[in-house]
Design a protein around this ligand. Sequence first.
Ligand code: MF3
Ligand code: CO
Length: 260
Amino acid sequence: MSGPRVRGEAIRIKSQAELETMRHAGRIHARTVAALIEAIAPGVSTAALDRIAEETIRAADGEPSFKGYHGYPATICAGVNDVVVHGIPSEDEVLAEGDVFAVDLGVIWGGYHADGAFTVGVGEIDAEGQRLIDVTRESLAAAIEQVRPGNTIRDIAAAVQGHVEAAGFSVVRALVGHGIGSELHEPPQVPNFVDGAGPYGVELAPGMTLAIEPMVNAGGFEVAQDADGWKVHTRDGSRSAHFEHTVAVTDDGCWILTAP
Ligand code: MF3
Ligand code: CO
């Protein structure tokens, strides 16, 4: 087979029709994010938010991408404060004023996925927590600005890392973004840092679809896995933020498929 490859694996180029399908999944995703932002408040459990997300997705004829993925039991991943990713929602986990709260979720519609994440402060939060959120959001925007034909995965990675480290925060290295399409995770990997060997030389081409997802820690970049086999938290207990969009490379730039 011809076309772009990374480590021998084909990177699937999507047709315009496939991109339109992914945009539809992305619109359902954006609607779900809006419903969650409306509902997030002190006193709300992450399980209640999970129900809102699943109901919103199913009401739009979509399906949660994550539920059942390698046995993951929920629609959203809920990350309170030092949780980086893959926090399973729980009735016992109740949001409190001042929390830095990240939500990651995926939607399947028409056989294609849209994946995205956001982080918000619960009620009033301290200035440093807000700065962590803002810098992480800006680092995703800086990465998306690099998405155009001829640029490479290295340009995306360097944009995130440069913005985050200039602000005195660190980029998580153990987890990376990814290609996306009829599978939630497709080649290539999309790291948020440049370090040694990696898919950095992969050239972006029209029809590639990527989930770009900076995970940023206020302290060190190291993370550790909880005993439940899912939840990943910062090793030093510092807080973490996460933003993610699914984007398509177009002829002259990119299309943010999970944009509102
Ligand atoms: N949110 C992860 C990603 O963006 C995937 C979640 S895996 C799951 O790639 F198992 F938690 F669903
Ligand atoms: Co993702």
